[in-house]
Design a protein around this ligand. Structure first.
Ligand code: FMN
Length: 219
C-alpha cells in the first residue's frame, strides 16, 4: 500500500549470520555446524552456511585421498558462497583451516574478489569471528586467526573473540583447540582426530557471541 512508506517485512528484523568456510577433510565443516547451532540459539537470528569453492588444481591433486573425497561428498549440498551472501549478512563466522600457518588460498580468493564491497564500505560495522583448525597443536591456529583478522579489519568488520570468562574450556594444557582469538580444533597430523566436545562447545559459544553482538549492532 502506497501510504505505508516505512513498512518493512519480517525478514528485515531478523539478524542474519553468514558462515563461509572451506574444509578439505571435514573438521572445519563440523566446527562451523556447531557455530551455526550457537548462532541459531539467539532469538531472531537466521543462519546460512556457505562453502567456498574448491580450486580445480586442488581437486585433482587430492582426488586420490579417500578422506578428502568422502569429506567433499558430505559437503556437496552446501551452497557455494557468493558476494551477495556477504551483502545479505549482518555478521560472520568464518571457517578457516590452516595452510602453512595462515588462511587457505580458496578463502583468500573469495575475500580478494570482494573488492567491490570493500570499495563501497558494504561490510563496515558487521561483527565477525573465526573458527580455525590445524593438523598439529602448534601448527599455527593463532597465526591463522590473527592474520585472517587483517583483511577483515580492512573491510571495517568488528572482531569478536572468545574470552576466557565465557569459555573456561580453553584454560587447559590438554591438546585441544580454543584461544582468545578463535574457536579451533586439532585434526591430527594424519587428520584422524575429530573435534573434541570442548572444541564444539567453544564453537557454539563463538557462534552465539557473534549473533548476539550482530543483533545489538543491528538494533
Ligand atoms: C597444503 C596444506 C598446508 C597445511 N599447513 C598446515 C600448517 O601450517 N600447520 C598445521 O598444523 N596443519 C597444516 N595443514 C593441515 C590442515 O590444517 C588440516 O588438515 C586442517 O586444519 C583440517 O581441517 P579440514 O578437515 O576442515 O580441512 C595443512 C594442510 C594442507 C593440505
Amino acid at each position: 500500500m502506497e501510504h505505508i512508506i516505512n513498512f518493512k517485512g519480517a525478514d528485515y528484523y531478523m539478524t542474519k549470520i553468514l558462515i563461509p568456510y572451506y574444509s578439505s577433510y571435514g573438521h572445519i565443516y563440523t566446527m562451523v555446524k556447531a557455530a551455526a547451532e550457537g548462532a541459531e540459539s539467539v532469538e531472531g537470528v537466521e543462519v546460512k552456511i556457505v562453502r567456498v569453492e574448491e580450486f580445480d588444481a586442488v581437486k585433482q591433486a587430492m582426488s586420490s585421498q579417500d578422506a578428502y573425497v568422502q569429506a567433499q561428498e558430505a559437503q556437496k549440498d552446501v551452497p557455494v558462497a557468493t558476494h551477495d551472501d556477504l551483502r545479505w549478512a549482518d555478521g560472520f563466522v568464518w571457517g578457516i583451516p590452516t595452510r602453512y600457518g595462515s588462511m587457505p588460498a580458496q578463502l583468500k580468493q573469495y575475500i580478494d574478489s570482494a573488492g567491490g564491497l570493500w570499495m563501497n564500505g558494504e561490510l563496515e560495522g558487521k561483527a565477525t569471528g573465526i573458527v580455525t583448525s590445524t593438523g598439529s597443536i602448534h601448527g599455527g591456529q593463532e597465526t591463522t586467526a590473527i592474520t585472517s583478522l587483517i583483511p577483515m579489519l580492512h573491510f571495517g568488520m568488528i572482531y569478536v573473540g572468545l574470552p576466557y570468562g565465557e569459555n573456561t574450556e580453553q584454560m587447559t594444557a590438554d591438546g585441544i583447540g580454543g584461544s582468545p582469538y578463535s574457536a579451533s580444533t586439532v585434526a591430527g597430523p594424519d587428520g584422524s582426530k575429530q573435534p573434541d566436545e570442548r572444541d564444539l562447545i567453544m564453537a557454539r559459544s563463538l557462534g552465539k557471541r557473534v549473533a548476539t553482538v550482530s543483533k545489538k549492532l543491528k538494533a
